[in-house]
Ligand binder design. Structure first.
Ligand code: SF4
Ligand code: SF4
Length: 99
């Protein structure tokens, strides 16, 4: 395996139509509405912090346009797991709940 091989799901903005079906599905909240147009003059979603993707495949399964590319060998992403736990802990704190 080369160093360049992606270890997580990635989004190709040129294949995304911006239907936003995937927004809100990501457990780590990585998929958000985008601002920039692609070459088809559609507004693709944005995948922020892609390094925290945990390869859960929820976005891949719902996307009607196959806009996501899969890693050949999805790796366990402990950084992504920690990110997700921290995100949920932070949100509970914001809502005034105990962790
Ligand atoms: S595979 Fe899962 S964690 Fe990765 S971007 Fe899609 S929904 Fe988020
Ligand atoms: S489900 Fe697919 S086409 Fe729709 S916004 Fe998400 S990536 Fe784009």
């Amino acid at each position: 395996m080369s160093d360049a091989e992606p270890l997580h799901v990635s989004l190709d903005p040129e294949r995304c139509r911006g239907c936003q079906l995937c927004v809100g599905l990501c457990p780590n909240d990585l998929l958000v509405p985008g601002q920039a147009l692609n070459q088809r003059h559609e507004t693709p979603v944005q995948m922020r912090y892609p390094q925290y993707c945990i390869n859960c495949m929820r976005c891949v399964e719902i996307c009607p346009d196959q806009a996501f590319d899969l890693p050949e060998t999805p790796a366990y992403n402990w950084q992504g797991r920690v990110f997700g736990l921290s995100l949920r802990w932070h949100r509970r704190q914001q809502r005034g709940l105990q962790p």
